[in-house]
Design a protein around this ligand. Structure first.
Ligand code: SAM
Length: 320
């Protein structure tokens, strides 16, 4: 029997940040809610591959069935295939995915697939080279597109594009992005900008509530589906392509259907992207020799700290 939190929400999902290092500097990046790079002096506090795999195993023992690797840029870790292979080999796991900016994917996609990765999400904010470079702080679109091709050729199913919508920056790129997803046979995910680790001014200038895009998709859709255990997200099935919408801001439904716990790159259990005041350090006890019972107890404690962020909208206002 798996875990549920105090609001009756089951725990199925674990999102593990494997590093804070990144080769991009995206203007919108929430860095998975980590406040600052996990550096103390010159020493980077980062979990080893064995530690990551062990924590994944404990989470699976508690009922987690889906794990996402994120960062920073997960492909910056030279041992990423080892991490994937270790987690993919754990019994009870149904889905192991990874989100990447795609820059290093052109020559790692096949190895990741062979190591047991089920799916890949590639962040692509624009197809326009200049726009892409500006948004990503110097990213090279050709590299990302080569990464998309490599992911498709490696056999990931589905490959998803993650496009965070930014008012006055990339909203007009949506039709091209739908065509591109259709041409590549992949899924497009339109993501609402979260007000995390971006300035108040940036958020106010660039936040787009996705209403127009959802209306357009509703008109074009043959049918829609809701992903119950993934925040009740809607997938719009168009004639030749699927478009999923991730609409978290001030959305009570999104939070009520959240089944996720996070682990930060420096080994803290984090119940919600939006909150940093409820972290449970699990890496330190693990390094000090804590046994399984003690570590499982920390997971259970962190699970009890999960609560739907959007049950109180005022908290959003405080973050801005
Ligand atoms: N470097 C990897 C990448 O680019 O996908 C992984 C890290 S990135 C923080 C993970 C995901 O968060 C990406 O899909 C990205 O689109 C999304 N993301 C980043 N900042 C966001 C924000 N402010 N609001 C919503 N989504 C965001």
């Amino acid at each position: 029997m798996g875990l549920s939190d105090n609001f009756g929400r089951p725990l199925f999902n674990l999102r593990i940040s494997v590093t804070q290092q990144c080769n991009y500097n995206c203007t919108y990046c929430h860095r998975e809610g980590e406040v600052k790079p996990a550096n103390s002096g010159n020493t980077c506090v980062e979990m080893t591959s064995d530690e990551i795999i062990y924590l994944a195993k404990l989470a699976i023992d508690l009922g987690v069935t889906r794990i996402k690797l994120t960062g920073g840029e997960p492909l910056m870790r030279p041992d990423i295939c080892q991490i994937v292979e270790g987690i993919a080999g754990l019994s009870g796991l149904k889905d192991l995915s990874l989100t990447t900016n795609g820059y290093l994917l052109y020559n790692t996609a096949q190895a990741l697939h062979d190591a047991g990765l089920s799916r890949v999400n590639i962040s692509l904010a624009s197809l326009n080279p200049e726009n892409y470079q500006t948004i990503t702080g110097g990213g090279v679109i050709d590299k990302a597109l080569a990464g998309v091709k490599a992911a498709v050729n490696a056999g990931f199913n589905p490959v998803k594009l993650n496009m965070v919508l930014l008012k006055n920056i990339n909203v007009s790129d949506v039709p091209d992005m739908i065509l591109y997803a259709e041409k590549m046979g992949i899924v497009l995910q339109l993501i609402e900008l979260d007000p995390v680790n971006v300035s108040r001014d940036y958020y106010l200038q660039h936040h787009c509530n996705l209403k127009e895009q959802e209306e357009m998709l509703q008109k074009r859709a043959i049918y829609t589906k809701q992903r119950q255990f993934m925040h009740n997200r809607i997938i719009y099935h168009l004639s030749n392509v699927n478009v999923e919408v991730v609409h978290p801001v001030e959305n009570t439904d999104f939070c009520m259907h959240c089944t996720r716990l996070r682990i930060t790159s420096d080994g803290k259990l984090k119940p919600c992207l939006m909150q940093n005041n409820k972290l449970t350090d699990i890496l330190t006890p693990m390094r000090q020799g804590a046994g399984d019972e003690e570590l499982l107890q920390l997971f259970k404690q962190a699970n009890q700290l999960r609560e739907p962020y959007n049950k109180n909208h005022n908290q959003h206002k405080l973050l801005l």
